[in-house]
Design a protein around this ligand. Structure first.
Ligand SMILES: [Zn+2]
Length: 91
């Protein structure tokens, strides 16, 4: 983004690639995702300090080890994290 400062304002018609506007939006989205991940990991560290890491904040059951390995900042179990419309129906 810094390198774009002082560039001609009309760079939206480059036939060789994505527009600068698209690339900026993509970079901003990646920064937002990284910040959100940091917030999740800070929350995980706080739960470790509190002794509640790995416990689902919604139902109180243990969060599976595989889920924690894949999503270390997870604060809910798979069941609670899954929207109701996607949960398997029990009869
Ligand atoms: Zn749960």
């Amino acid at each position: 983004m810094e390198s774009a400062q002082g560039a001609p304002p009309d760079d939206e018609h480059d036939p060789d690639g994505a527009t600068v506007g698209f690339e900026r939006a993509q970079a901003a989205a990646l920064v937002d995702m990284a910040r959100a991940r940091l917030v999740e990991l800070d929350g995980a560290l706080a739960r470790i300090d509190a002794g509640t890491y790995g416990v689902c904040e919604s139902c109180g059951r243990q969060i599976g080890a595989a889920r924690l390995a894949a999503v270390p900042g997870a604060h809910t179990c798979v069941s609670c994290a899954t929207p109701k419309r996607f949960r398997a129906r029990r009869r």
